[in-house]
Design a binder for this molecule. Structure first.
Ligand SMILES: [Zn+2]
Ligand SMILES: [Zn+2]
Length: 165
């Protein structure tokens, strides 16, 4: 799906849900759907301010969570308790660094995911359960932070035997 049709889809959905389409709102949608690096609300706000200096961060927050509730934007929570947003709603997961918060896209095969769901998940859910959204997140250390982390010193053994003389 190219960007214009993606933008059109979101705009139509917003109108259908009865939301008005202000110029700021349209610009927020443009920024988030064009972004590739999972920006935070502040990142979007800083970009929006170039065009609309009077806009507030709260407006950006409200619009992003509205888009998330429509499943047109994904919210990604990092371990630093900050929320990042992904305008790319195509099937993919995220690897999130617990130390620096870096978010890396992880390719996911639709067939694999479907198989995992059918064999492992579905049987644990009520029969008519309807999935509306999902997220695949891995938490760990990125290559840089893993390298930086100093090696753990081995603890002295607790029950070391006193050598007999
Ligand atoms: Zn890191
Ligand atoms: Zn992503």
């Amino acid at each position: 799906m190219n960007l214009n049709s993606r933008l059109n889809t979101i705009v139509l959905k917003i109108k259908k849900m009865g939301y008005s389409l202000t110029p700021q709102r349209l610009e927020i949608i443009k920024i988030i759907s064009e972004s590739k690096n999972h920006p935070s609300a502040t990142d979007v706000y800083n970009k929006l301010k170039e065009l609309y200096p009077m806009v507030s961060l709260n407006t950006v927050y409200k619009n992003l969570s509205m888009l998330a509730s429509l499943h047109e934007v994904k919210e990604i929570k990092t371990m630093q308790d900050s929320v990042h947003y992904d305008g790319d709603i195509s099937l993919h997961g995220h690897a999130i660094c617990e130390k620096c918060g870096k978010i890396i896209d992880v390719e996911i095969n639709e067939f694999d995911l479907k198989g995992f769901f059918e064999t492992k998940i579905k049987k644990n859910l009520a029969e008519n359960y309807h999935i509306r959204n999902y997220g695949v997140e891995f938490y760990g250390l990125c290559a840089y932070c893993h390298k930086e982390e100093s090696p753990v010193q081995p603890k002295p053994r607790k029950h070391s035997r006193i050598p007999l003389k």
